[in-house]
Design a protein around this ligand. Structure first.
Ligand SMILES: O=C(O)CCC(=O)C(=O)O
Ligand SMILES: [Fe+2]
Length: 317
């Protein structure tokens, strides 16, 4: 009899062996809600074999410039890296208000998010202080409406690897966690001015397979108008990476639509590396990916994201 069958017969719950050996080194910073372990050394070693497959260009449609690594992360560690990041990163479920004319509506971001990094005008020095990129002088607290967080070692390791593969540089890491098929991201493009023209964005998938849909932005009718190119559907699997570059963000929209079925219940992590050029990018990314509410942490026991308890502060005077 298989262990699962015996377990359920006796209604026992023997914790599964974790898929990774915790690294005892941690990344700590005053801006973090908790220390974040370094990438397990086994994963660091296996990433020497990344990309696991060579990138295939997808550029046969108007204004589309993708490189698809299927996969980038070696299959031997993809599910371990998924478990590790879901367990160790802080997550948020950001709510914000938008005003269309006189009506204000509350938006509930339909996924968990988190973000690390700072735009090109600042950097973190060796001591973890935020300093001006040019002068190296400490940045005043008032410069940003948010508190920028440095990339923890586990994501910085992947950033450096990605920089080498893609010949681009990145200063931001955004992470999405889609807990199930109800979590999604609607059609949008990452074409904000703070990224500069024709930004390169490297996008990793871990965990459940989800469809990544892409469609060209509407082409205004006119004498020069050409037919809109066909949609693209990439069934992103665990370990895959899509590099979006050139005119892709300017001219195309992308989304992860809601889905039914069991596969998506495994949960999916998406990691994007980007480069923000100015302060406005930093403020935008923290506003929409960390926000001002409480955080969440994965509970291995409850197999779900649980809200973090606020720390009780005892004032002794
Ligand atoms: O989850 C994905 O693959 C896409 C995420 C995305 O488009 C974004 O965060 O801007
Ligand atoms: Fe996006």
């Amino acid at each position: 009899m298989k262990r699962g069958a015996i377990d359920s017969f006796f209604k026992l719950s023997i914790p599964k062996k974790p898929k990774y050996e915790t690294n005892t080194n941690t990344s700590s910073h005053p801006s973090y809600p908790h220390p974040i372990p370094y990438l397990p050394t086994d994963f660091q070693d296996q990433l020497a074999f990344a990309p696991a497959e060579e990138g295939k260009p997808i550029n046969d449609r108007l204004d589309l410039d993708l490189v698809y690594y299927q996969p980038y992360i070696p299959p031997s560690i993809a599910s371990g890296v998924f478990d590790f990041l879901r367990q160790e990163l802080p997550f948020y479920r950001v709510q914000y208000n938008i005003k269309r004319g006189p009506v204000e509506t509350q938006i509930n971001t339909p996924r968990y998010t988190t973000v690390f990094g700072v735009d090109e005008t600042s950097r973190f020095n060796e001591s973890g202080d935020l300093v001006d990129s040019k002068s190296g002088k400490k940045v005043e607290k008032s410069k940003y409406k948010c508190t920028p967080r440095p990339l923890p070692q586990c994501l910085d390791y992947l950033r450096k690897l990605t920089e080498g593969t893609t010949n681009e540089t990145y200063n931001f890491c955004l992470v999405n966690y889609y807990a199930d098929g109800k979590d999604s991201i609607s059609y949008h493009s990452d074409d904000e001015r703070f990224l500069g023209p024709d930004p390169a964005i490297a996008s990793f998938s871990l965990g459940a397979k989800r469809d990544f849909l892409m469609k060209h932005k509407p082409i205004p009718p006119g004498p020069e108008a050409v037919p809109e190119p066909k949609q693209v559907k990439l069934p992103l699997g665990s370990g895959d990476m899509v590099l979006m570059r050139g005119k892709t963000q300017g001219m195309w929209l992308h989304s992860i639509p809601k889905r039914a079925g069991d596969e998506v219940k495994k949960g999916r992590i998406n990691i994007t590396f980007r480069k923000a050029l100015v302060k406005g990018g930093t403020e935008n990314y923290y506003q929409y990916n960390v926000g001002t509410g409480g955080g969440f942490r994965w509970s291995a026991r409850e197999k779900m994201m649980v809200p973090k308890k606020d720390k009780l502060i005892l004032k002794l005077s």
